[in-house]
Design a protein around this ligand. Structure first.
Ligand code: SAM
Length: 324
């Protein structure tokens, strides 16, 4: 399925919940998030119907995210049902890793092929501060168990923030030296609780300058590389990637749309444009018409987003409600 700009759209990111078991200070407020009422959240059956119709439209790749996807009840059978839909070629999961360790083997058995684990610091004290109480060791164990379970690749997402973790870039590289982990340094975006954190932005250019002494060379063949530019250097078991949504847009190659927990389709993370699929799903509409509605949204995917380093303009909707 192509949009009007001839991009092939084949990747659906599904946020199955807005709830999270962490409260990362750059993502969510400590208190007072207006959680979605349960009746507004898509049921697993509704999501699976959307996935089946998306496959008919040519979608092949699916990522389940949140909020924290592993806190939603029934997530394992849901993933199993999702991966069993004929035509689903790739199922990935994004998680904060807090409850990943005991589930890694079951996730693999349910058909999840790969995981992205968010981990912004290698310092347990700083981790506890930024997540407002998270246990660092649980995440490290989750990463270890994911490797053991054969989830592949295991990527570690690091949002780089000035004055918080920008002194740890080299330590993260060392992690990819010791383990087959794919570190992805991500630019902070003006979303949710980061709306007023412009001063903490470190661009990918600056990150790369700081690591220039490593003589990184482009890496090839990493599955699901998406918008990351991946590099390697001698002695690395994994890779080092950089994701720049702000300073170097990757809209021309964007192949994804998002489904929010309350059933909105967002053709672009950084656009206010969204379409209420839940209402249609619950109206008794036949599959063919629902497919036409999804195809229409895809056709109107914006050519590019307007977020930029210069035009840092916060969006108040928190990431977990959009689907990170
Ligand atoms: N709970 C899961 C997790 O932690 O990976 C999935 C949802 S979380 C919102 C997805 C990703 O969004 C995390 O890696 C988080 O660090 C990132 N994120 C949240 N707010 C962000 C911001 N303002 N800029 C860049 N990344 C952000």
């Amino acid at each position: 399925m192509h949009d009007q700009f001839k991009r092939s759209i084949e990747y659906l990111r599904i946020s199955i919940t807005d709830r999270c078991n962490l409260r990362c200070s750059y993502c969510m407020p400590a208190y007072g998030v207006d959680w979605l009422p349960p009746r507004d959240i898509l049921t697993y059956e509704e999501i699976l119907r959307v996935v089946s119709l998306s496959v008919d439209l040519g979608f092949k790749k699916f990522r389940v995210t949140g909020g924290e996807p592993l806190v939603r009840k029934g997530v394992l059978p849901f993933l199993e049902n999702l991966s069993a839909i004929p035509g689903v070629e790739d199922l990935a999961l994004t998680t904060n890793g807090v409850v990943l360790a005991p589930l890694a083997g079951q996730l693999k058995a349910a058909g999840v092929r790969r995981v992205n684990v968010s981990l912004d610091t290698l310092d347990p004290g700083k981790f506890s501060t930024v997540t407002r109480g998270g246990k660092h060791n649980n995440v490290l164990k989750g990463i270890e168990k994911s490797l053991e379970a054969g989830l592949n690749p295991v990527k570690v997402n690091v949002v780089v923030m000035r004055g918080f973790n920008d002194d740890e870039l080299e330590r993260f590289v060392d992690l990819a030296r010791d383990y087959p982990l794919h570190i992805r340094f991500i630019e902070l975006m003006p979303i949710g609780a980061s709306a007023n954190r412009r001063s903490q932005l470190i661009t990918v250019d600056e990150m790369q300058q700081r690591l220039a002494f490593l003589s990184l060379i482009p890496a090839r063949g990493l599955e699901g590389a998406g918008p990351a530019k991946n590099f390697t250097t001698e002695g690395l078991k994994g890779t080092i990637g950089f994701i720049s949504a702000l300073s170097q847009h990757f809209c021309a190659g964007c192949n994804r749309i998002r489904l929010t927990p309350d059933g909105k389709i967002k053709p672009c993370l950084h656009s206010a444009q969204e379409y209420d699929l839940r209402q249609l799903l619950r109206s008794g509409i036949p599959d063919e018409q629902l497919k036409e509605a999804i195809a229409e949204v895809i056709w109107h995917k914006p050519s590019q987003h307007r977020m930029s380093v210069e035009g840092w303009e916060g969006r108040n909707r928190v990431m977990s409600q959009i689907g990170g």
